[in-house]
Design a protein around this ligand. Sequence first.
Ligand SMILES: *Cc1c(COP(=O)(O)O)cnc(C)c1O
Length: 512
Amino acid sequence: MKFCSTRGGSAGSTFEEAVSRGYAPDGGLYVPEQLPRLSLAELSLWQQLDFPSLQEEILKLFVGDELSAAELSEVVRGSYSCFSAPEIVPVVPLPGMTESTPGQDPPIFIAELFHGPTFCFKDLGLQPLVRLLARLAENRGSKRTFLVSTTGDTGPAAMRAVADAGSSRLRIVVFFPEGQISELQRRQMTTTMSAPDAKVQTARVASFEGGGDDMDLPLKRLGVDSDFAERHGLCGINSYNLGRPVCQMAHYFWSYFRAVDKLGAEMGTPIDIAVPSGALGNLAAGFMARQMGLPLRRLVAGVNSNDITHRTIESGEFHRSEHMEKTLSDAINIQVPYNMERVFYYLTDEDPALVKSWMTEMDTSGKLTLAPEWIERLQAIFGSCRVDDDAMCSAMRRALDEHGYLSDPHTAVGLAAAWAVYCSGKNAELSAPAAVVVLATASPCKFQASVTEAVGATRWAAYQAGPGFPQAARAAMAAQEQPLGRLIAQGSLQESHRAWETEVRLMLENAA
Ligand SMILES: *Cc1c(COP(=O)(O)O)cnc(C)c1O
């Protein structure tokens, strides 16, 4: 398979080129030149597979002959070796909601994407992607350096994936905004990093004194310094990297298959999926799976008060907001979701000229307003719901009170969106899907402060002391932390940006 940019450049790129670069050189995002299309008969065969085998079949289509069958199999098997659930992604009915009666709300299933080593769905994308990159780097005799800026979940999952891949060809440095991630998230990183006396520092963590995305610009500048980027093998692994949505398609296929199994329904039965959404890497994977023929009817994005995706779907206003709002679901605090570009690409039936003109307008003015025909097309595939902190908290309480299910704050955003879109009467004009699957993107164990805010300290304490709280999370809370690097604010933001860029340069040169 060959790959190209959503903006028309880089035609004929290999899988390795696409995933090793991150962004395409023209500023667009890599996509397959042609997405494979599956028949219902082929889907029925995939329905029989376990999760790793399903992932292997999907990846085969994209990786082609760039890795041998044995190499790909090794990558995939390793990726799930640290998952605590035997089925990798359990799909469970929301208790008390299994029966579907005509005229009633569709049943809700929850696909738990958080049984990986860092308790969030980022493990599902990053474990295979990092192992693929390690294998490709080994084969070529090259090195890769991942510079990752995180608002909390990506950093631990990326560090853990690098540690688990165990390749001397990989290095990672993670930056997080000081005081703005949870204690468990910090400890997951400071207990995974290299020992301070290690000869080569393969994994480092530094905090910076600034807001969530203040580190993006210095890292982007290092990435476009092609000499430097080349020398260190810099590679972005946030969800603009094609490998993320490609690896994340497996859980859409899987969730669909398990839902039709549980309903006793036929292959082809329409199912909807609700997704707590930030940068839209997860939702874009769902759209790509749908384009490949998976019978998903609608994809519903649940967002918090950073609601650009909701405004785009509701009224075509892809407008950057002035401020990032602090919320209790901070992994989805996003001002401009980079995967909207992939959504636009498939929405326009893969029209790179149109996508380029739209994204250029967005890049230069921070505003893109879609014409009514495009809003209509968007709404035929996507639903959306804005879930502020109050609504998120009441959804978390409702799930616990009525269904005995404790969710994390992001999953609660997804549940609130599903309830809002599918509750009886409100969408009478929409024919109901056979079921709705809500993607549960993290374990509640990662978000003590937000869960406590929603359901109270007593219920948090009961959860923390109970059997549902992961042992590995307890262990990370007790393990010895390595000292952190720290990037200190310098006068203006511009001055900080320059100073931090220099510091990161030195950090990499000295460790090389
Ligand atoms: C990253 C993340 C999301 C958002 O995923 P996107 O692909 O960025 O839309 C949702 N929930 C949790 C817990 C996350 O860590």
